[in-house]
Design a binder for this molecule. Structure first.
Ligand SMILES: NC(=O)c1ccc[n+]([C@@H]2O[C@H](COP(=O)([O-])OP(=O)(O)OC[C@H]3O[C@@H](n4cnc5c(N)ncnc54)[C@H](O)[C@@H]3O)[C@@H](O)[C@H]2O)c1
Ligand SMILES: [Zn+2]
Length: 405
């Protein structure tokens, strides 16, 4: 038996933030990140709408990018004191993911972070609160997904929490919030969305319900991402929907090892001055993983279908895969994203010598590869990599080598 779960309501289109007025309850807590929502006036608007709905409102502000276990635990305490019946998370993937994890701890104070990490093993929620998510970036689609990604800073590892319990009740996909994104964020989150859709389409858990969402999202990203990056606001609006469709697909079809590798490399070199930003990591690793997975006959055929839908040409499936890889690399170039870790600068832009030194990368490679294999996203990848293969794959991602194994 398979299950397909989405939020009950998805409000979308310009001005849909106003849907907050329709929420029924007594107390809402609004969770936001570092300040962009406040700066652009969306926080005030949201608080105003919730007050119009008759609710008392409290705030959790300052949730950092790639939120930590510590942030989650502190936020849950604030929720326990305030006792909200609505949790409204607004911003990028980071504050929304953090709020999801706070929700679990708020409803079940006894649950430890380790217990939260048990995939599809979460206790029942909604005894105390419902959850509304409002994305301001066009990538993670956490507003419709069963996932939350939390970073353990001590271990330098990102853990995906996964259960349909944390699929929000209400998503508000208002493109106005995404219009203020700086270019770099458009590029990274857009490539994250493309990776979600492609990984969902070839995942071993793909199905008739997820395929149309994934394939339509892929075409929309193809049609809109580069234009959005270059300032076309109509395309920016379309990307907000595209990423949400991709999220509906991958929340139910799951992901693959591009995400396993992005999760486990993201914070692994933080002591050298930076994170490898999630969307940029995906953008660099996706072409390598496509080449690796295409050795699996079913995946090969499905990548061929993607290339056909994108109108890339090619006769054989092998040829189509090559064209797909070339197309994605071309997008990276147009979006100013490097093709490999060696050229990934601390500011995320391409540079001759990136921030991850070669000797450090090689020294940490066995551990990073082991962690990537153990990531929750590996199980639904069409080809299961051995330790040796994962190390080779990561080396290809470091040096930008062709994957021929
Ligand atoms: N839960 C999921 O299903 C899922 C899926 C993919 C990724 N993730 C996780 O989500 C996180 C990344 O989220 P993200 O890419 O949305 O970025 P983010 O939330 O980390 O935000 C990045 C930066 O952009 C700023 N920002 C956000 N919206 C803005 C706007 N409209 N205008 C100007 N600035 C804005 C933020 O203040 C922040 O400084 C990672 O931790 C990643 O692992 C989760
Ligand atoms: Zn992602």
């Amino acid at each position: 038996m398979a299950r397909f779960t989405l939020p009950r309501d998805v409000y979308h289109g310009k001005g849909s933030l106003e849907a907050l007025k329709t929420l029924k309850g007594k107390k809402a807590i609004v969770c936001v990140g570092g300040g962009s929502m406040k700066r652009f006036g969306f926080l005030d608007k949201a608080v105003g709408y919730l007050k119009e709905a008759g609710m008392e409102v409290a705030l959790i502000e300052g949730i950092e990018p790639d939120p930590s276990v510590d942030t989650v635990m502190k936020g849950a305490k604030v929720m326990q004191e305030f006792q909200p019946d609505w949790i409204v998370a607004m911003g990028g993937g980071s504050p929304i993911d953090a709020a999801k994890a706070m929700w679990i701890k708020y409803e079940h104070p006894e649950v430890t972070f380790e217990q939260m990490c048990v995939v599809f093993g979460m206790p029942k929620l909604r005894n105390k609160a419902h959850f509304c998510a409002i994305p301001s970036t066009s990538g993670t689609a956490t507003e419709v997904t069963a996932f939350s990604v939390i970073t353990d800073n001590e271990k330098g590892i990102k853990y995906p929490l996964a259960d349909f319990e944390i699929t929000p009740d209400v998503a508000i996909v208002d493109p106005e919030l995404a219009e203020t994104m700086p270019k770099k964020l458009v590029a990274h989150t857009g490539m994250d969305a493309l990776t979600h859709a492609i990984e969902a389409y070839v995942s071993t858990a793909n199905c008739d319900f997820t395929d149309p969402l994934a394939i339509h999202a892929i075409r929309m990203v193809q049609a809109n991402l580069v234009g959005s990056y270059n300032g076309d606001m109509a395309k920016r609006d379309s990307m907000h929907n595209a990423q949400c469709l991709a999220g509906m697909a991958f929340s139910n079809a799951l992901l693959g090892i591009v995400h396993s590798m992005a999760h486990k490399t993201g914070a692994a070199f933080a002591d050298y001055g930076a994170h490898i930003i999630h969307g940029a990591a995906n953008a660099m690793y996706l072409p390598k993983v496509i080449a690796f997975n295409a050795k699996d006959p079913t995946a090969l055929k499905r990548y061929g279908e993607i290339a056909d839908f994108m109108g890339l040409g090619g006769e054989s499936d092998e040829e189509k895969v090559q064209l797909l890889i070339k197309y994605i690399r071309g997008m990276n170039d147009q979006l100013n994203i490097p093709q490999c870790i060696q050229h990934y600068g601390a500011d995320s832009y391409p540079t001759e010598q990136g921030f991850v030194p070669e000797d450090v990368f090689l020294a940490r490679l066995p551990e990073v590869a082991k962690n990537a294999i153990a990531d929750a996203c590996t199980g639904s990848n069409p080809r299961q990599p051995s330790q040796e293969e994962m190390e080779k794959l990561l080396k290809c991602c470091y040096y930008d080598l062709d994957v021929d194994f």
